[in-house]
Ligand binder design. Sequence first.
Ligand code: FES
Ligand SMILES: [Fe+2]
Length: 332
Amino acid sequence: MAERSTRVGRRPRAAVVAGREVVVWRAGDGAAVVMDRFCPHQGAALELGRVVDGALRCVFHHWRFDGEGTCVAAPATRRVPHGASARVHPSWEGLGYVWTWVGSAAPEYPPPDFPHLDRRSPAHRRYRFAFDTNATARRVLENGFDVPHFPVVHGIAGDLRLTWDAEVDKHTIGTRITTDSITLPAPLDRRPGGLGRLCLHLRSTPSYQVLTFELNDRPVAHELLAVTPVAQGRTTMHGWTVMPRSGGLLGSAPVFWGYRLQHWWGTRADLRIYRDATETDGSINTSDDEGVLRFRQFHRRWTGGGRGTGQPVRRGEGGTVSRRGWDEAQDV
Ligand code: FES
Ligand SMILES: [Fe+2]
């Protein structure tokens, strides 16, 4: 389950993000801190300690570390040993979560911009979701780009076309998947000719993506999907769906609940496939696989050691998992 903002407080919580063990706690000024889990003195787990005078006090010898990781007190000694500090990772709090960057020293792209959750945004309904999977983060992130799986796994029929956005920045890849006539599985859609024109606008970074579903040019749902590699064989996907309220059928409560149900159902269908899937090198494909292949190329630029200091922390099933990216803090 995600480490929500509301769960970060005076009691430090252990978490694992991209294989790195951390503790998440709140400093004296109220800011969330994401710090390496083990005390630099003799390695005690810091979640066993507590926050005292705005600093995290280790349970073993009561050394205290501030929000910068600096040791500000070591009671059993006369002077704090030179250089005694715990590593603190960049973090940002927003959208109901604490996000952290555990790769290079400074984040290489910003945390998500998702204004739809804002209280000042137009009236909407929303829900939060969270799923665990053993698939790699890359496999989860590329799913939206996998056009040929939509009819097969999600029962969405129609002539789906994929159009790439012009590049807006190095850390985002965007595409629109459109069809002039969307037809949902029978119980959901009884109208002759289907529901109308569908556009899924998908913008993805190497660690989170924002999706907008439009029907006949009207936004029906905005989704923030954050995908966090936790550790070997464990990835979490979590986020928010926001649906504008309106007087019409599309903004109504039954459509909200119907959407939510199909989201849950569709995600379960993907997860069931991920569970027993293995990696291939992607060399056997058709032109329909363009979406996935292009996303993988983009993702590899961030995880494959091609740039900067970020190194993959693990290799599993042939896939790499990045230490980079704005990832949500996770419970162990
Ligand atoms: S191990 Fe943390 S203070 Fe000694
Ligand atoms: Fe899917």
